[in-house]
Ligand binder design. Structure first.
Ligand code: HPA
Length: 249
């Protein structure tokens, strides 16, 4: 079956050059409204749906994003595969600013977010398998796309998802590192799990925009993050353009 692809754009990715917009759809779901209208477009002859996770302009904080509405809105449109783009902090020594990571694992430290569709009265209690949270085939397609240009990237990594909106303490980053996390962000979960519950393929394309707290002598500033987004988001867009080719399926 041919994939119907959606991209959930994070901080710094509110539009995708080369995307011909065919329709902008305001939709609603039983879980509320998604973060932004769905942009239905075409890139390299492929239909793609684009959704901005924090709204456009950027206004919804990571802990306030209605992840369930976002995933359900895409499901309602018949989307079968999602690439979640996330800005993250780097923990592993090679994952510094402007490095791109296609993670293969997640540790979830979030709390108080709606993290399942399976609640209330149901016929039976459902536990999804989440051993390998990202869809390997989609991850491999991202990795092949990243290999087409000269981009510094890692094809594995553990994404530690924190609650935010504050950044971590230096001690928290030490703990995350001890736990095995390579990158840290605030928006990878529950998005990946909700997509899995809806039986949609899901992979993450993460851009490192700062060193994790305490990894350098400096504190983390918004200016530093914005500069890294400006220099690194071009890589993410290049990978997406190389992924979405006429033979993408
Ligand atoms: N921590 C958590 N989330 C982030 C960071 C970080 O250092 N940078 C970008 N998103």
């Amino acid at each position: 079956m041919r994939k119907k692809l959606a991209i959930i754009g994070g901080t710094g990715l509110t539009e995708l050059e080369g995307l011909t917009i065919k329709e902008t759809k305001d939709v609603s779901t039983p879980y509320g409204s998604p973060s932004s209208p769905l942009i239905v477009g075409e890139l390299n002859g492929q239909e793609v749906i684009f959704l901005t996770r924090h709204g456009n302009p950027h206004r919804i904080a990571p802990h306030d994003v209605n992840y369930a509405a976002n995933i359900y809105a895409l499901k309602q449109e018949g989307v079968t595969a999602i690439i979640g783009v996330n800005a993250v902090g780097g923990i592993d020594a090679v994952m510094g600013p402007a490095h791109v990571v296609v993670p293969d694992q997640i540790i979830d430290y979030t709390h108080g977010r709606k993290n399942t569709f399976f609640e209330g009265e149901m016929d039976s209690v459902t536990h999804i398998d989440f051993s390998y949270p990202y869809t390997e085939n989609l991850r491999q397609q991202l990795i092949s796309a990243a290999n087409q240009s000269d981009i510094a990237f890692s094809d594995f990594g553990v994404y530690g998802c924190t609650q935010g909106p504050r950044l971590e303490t230096a001690a928290e980053i030490v703990r995350l590192e001890r736990d095995g996390c390579d990158i840290v962000g605030m928006t990878g979960m529950p998005e990946a799990a909700l997509a899995c519950e809806q039986q949609m393929d899901y992979a993450c394309l993460a851009l490192v925009v700062n060193w994790g707290a305490g990894k350098t002598e400096n504190i983390i500033t918004m200016e530093e993050i914005e500069q890294s987004i400006e220099s690194g988001m071009g890589y993410v867009k290049q990978i997406l353009r190389d992924l979405i080719k006429p033979n993408f399926h």
